[in-house]
Design a protein around this ligand. Structure first.
Ligand code: ADP
Ligand code: MG
Ligand code: MG
Length: 253
């Protein structure tokens, strides 16, 4: 369902002369599977997630990203979200002046509208968001605050997981959702992914460390180094990397 073909991405100088970060990255995540991408700092993991999401300044110079066989590279970030693509960022944004509940409700209804579905009623929305907020460990008071403003790193990650649970994406990409989390929060992230996992939903879990994969058992693990996938394997590859480190790949890249 997610297919990345020979993707090249350069960042930096928009008039050309930017440096190439992704250098022919190919990857396929079949429907219903959870794949992990691991790699050293600076290897391009976030560049990959930003490119898939359509963030400004991260444009493919060649290659393609296909969701269910259709290229998403010419779509706006909103249109990608409407297709069911969800991204949990390493550094979530804050939106001053916008209440969390209203933000999530507006985003959810916009996505439903783009899919030709009706709006969720106020009562259904409140019931749903309370149920999911419980799952991620956020109380009602947080839902009434301005979106992410003054939230701790851990609370922002919980908020990301709340949005993922609310939007029920077709395909979710989680960029170092585990960074800076304590064990309880890691377990929460695992619980949300495991609850959402299913035959019609795919996940790409990007992480530097193996520990998140103790809670989310991936179907496959890929190593990103030097702008390409240099090794793929089963869950045991993550454990192996934890012992051997990334140096072997940095030297080879
Ligand atoms: P990772 O997430 O694996 O740590 P990143 O994708 O964040 O790696 O970064 C990969 C490389 O691209 C780094 O050298 C980083 O400095 C560079 N880079 C990423 N985004 C930009 C940008 N907007 N402008 C300039 N350089 C960038
Ligand atoms: Mg990094
Ligand atoms: Mg990163």
């Amino acid at each position: 369902m997610l297919k990345i073909e020979d993707l090249h991405v350069a960042v930096g100088n928009k008039d050309g002369g930017g440096s190439e970060i992704l250098k022919g990255l190919s990857l396929e995540v079949p429907k219903g599977e959870v794949h992990a991408i691991m790699g050293p700092n600076g290897s391009g993991k976030s560049t990959l997630s930003y490119t898939i999401a359509g963030r400004d300044g991260y444009e493919a110079t060649s290659g393609d990203v296909l969701l269910d066989g259709q290229s998403v590279l010419d779509l706006d970030p909103d249109e990608r979200a409407a297709k069911g693509l969800f991204l949990s960022f390493q550094h979530p944004m804050e939106i001053p002046g916008v209440q969390t509940m209203n933000f999530i409700r507006t985003a959810l209804n916009a996505q439903r509208k783009a899919r030709g579905e009706g709006e969720v009623s106020a009562a259904d929305f409140i019931r749903l968001i309370r149920e999911k907020a419980k799952l991620v460990g956020l109380d009602d008071a947080k839902l009434k605050r301005q979106f992410n403003v003054g939230f701790s790193g851990g609370e922002k990650k919980r908020m990301e997981m709340l949005q993922m649970a609310m939007f029920e994406p077709h395909f979710a990409i989680m960029d170092e959702t585990d960074s800076g989390l304590d064990i309880d929060a890691l377990k929460m992230v695992g619980a949300v992914v495991n609850e959402l996992r299913g035959p019609d939903r795919g996940f790409l879990v990007i992480t530097h460390y193996q520990r998140l994969l103790d809670y989310i058992k991936p179907d496959a693990v890929h190593v990103l180094a030097g702008g390409r996938i240099v090794k793929s394997g089963g869950p045991e590859l993550a454990v192996e990397l934890e012992k051997s480190g990334y140096d072997q790949f940095i030297e080879a890249a």
